[in-house]
Design a protein around this ligand. Structure first.
Ligand code: F6R
Ligand code: MG
Ligand code: MG
Length: 365
């Protein structure tokens, strides 16, 4: 039977603002999984990136399993009790609905899941980002799966040379998700034309054209579509299978050295460079910079190895120093121009009310 890897993540409260969950909160979530996962999950691990707690699970229940999602919901619900008891900021913030209704998708938590035929060696990467949104993964996925300047495997390996199929979602389509399928390399310019607009078009999944196997999946939830108003950034998670018919681990990691500008940071309303960080890193400067962690795993029959913390390597210290400088350079221009997000993406309505107030005072020259 196929194996399913599920990542379900939520922000259910954090210490000192939007920095990181408390040890007691993480422990409560861990205890809940320990108690309720027997007979359901093959394996699981908990980590946090900034203020988001991610549950990485393996099981044979398939994607969107009501049982697995109910377990995650219960873990987050009990965690919220602890967050409230400790007075953590934003307790229960991502649990947008009161009662679980069979699938956490559309209820606040972010979900990335894929069912696979497990290879004899199954290396994969689990990414979690904070203070940004799913479009943050557009550029790294484009580079890793479609650009031979980043991924020499596309010209060196006959299997990778057949290219990859991108499933791209229009996340502004409201309740009825709309997707388009495009193939690299022949649709490269169409893929590029969509992916440049990171707030509207988001890579949902990537598939090998050589084998038909799924290579990657990204959480695509937009919280303001669910809540009807802005309730925070949609800090995304992503799974990427690597090696053999997929890009090598290093080819998938390499794009994160760019430190590309993404939506996020202070009040969810700025453009800031995405910084690769070790697992369990809190946020800091200007409620950011937007963070991304990557844990590499191997597994056999769904049993996970311990994680390798990809961005803990000393190489990334130099990258982080460069990205910190980029962040400060952008911050020098405060709220002007490219530093702050366009009106449609701002987290606060105050500025719209301010402008509406001024509109009546404009007089013809
Ligand atoms: C994401 C995150 C931010 C906040 C945003 C607004 O993890 O924490 O997107 O939601 O900074 O937060 P407030 O208004 O509570 O400061
Ligand atoms: Mg938050
Ligand atoms: Mg967060």
């Amino acid at each position: 039977m196929d194996l399913t890897i599920s990542v379900i993540k939520a922000d259910i409260g954090s210490i000192g603002g939007h920095l990181a969950p408390s040890a007691a909160l993480l422990e409560r979530v861990r205890e809940t999984l320990d108690e309720l996962s027997r007979g359901l999950l093959i394996d699981w691990q908990i980590s946090h990136t900034g203020d988001d707690i991610a549950l990485l699970c393996t099981h044979r229940e398939g994607v969107a399993s009501a049982k697995v999602h109910a377990l995650a919901w219960e873990a987050f619900r009990r965690g919220t009790e602890t967050a409230k008891a400790q007075g953590l900021y934003g307790a229960g913030q991502d649990l947008l609905k009161d009662a679980f209704s069979g699938n956490v998708r559309g209820m606040g938590p972010a979900v990335a899941e894929m069912s696979i035929r497990e290879r004899t060696a199954e290396p994969f990467l689990f990414f979690a980002a904070d203070k940004t949104d799913p479009g943050a993964f557009n550029l790294p996925l484009y580079l890793a799966f479609a650009d031979p300047m980043n991924t020499p495997g596309l010209i060196l390996s006959p299997s990778l040379g057949k290219g990859f199929r991108f499933v791209i979602m229009d996340v502004a389509a409201g309740e009825n998700d709309k997707v388009i399928e495009l193939c690299a390399p022949e649709d490269l310019y169409d893929i590029a034309a969509l992916l440049r607009d990171t707030e509207r078009y988001v890579v949902e999944s990537v598939w090998s054209r050589a084998t038909g196997e799924q290579a990657a999946v990204v959480s695509t939830s937009r919280l303001h579509n669910i809540a009807g108003k802005y309730t925070g950034k949609d800090d995304p998670v992503m799974l990427v299978r690597v090696q053999m018919d997929f890009p090598a681990t290093g080819e998938v990691l390499a794009p994160f050295a760019v430190g590309h500008f993404v939506a996020g940071g202070m009040r969810g309303s700025h453009n800031m460079p995405l910084m690769p960080v070790p697992r369990n890193t809190p946020t800091s400067y200007f409620d950011g910079p937007p963070l991304v962690s990557c844990s590499a795993y191997s597994m056999r029959d769904g049993k996970l190895s311990e994680p390798q913390d990809c961005f803990a390597h000393p190489f990334w210290d130099a990258v982080r120093a460069e990205i910190a400088a980029k962040a400060i350079a952008m911050r020098r221009q405060g709220f002007f121009g490219a530093a702050m997000l366009p009106m449609s993406e701002l987290e606060y309505t105050g500025i719209k009310e301010r402008l509406a107030g001024l509109a009546t005072r404009f007089a013809p020259r």
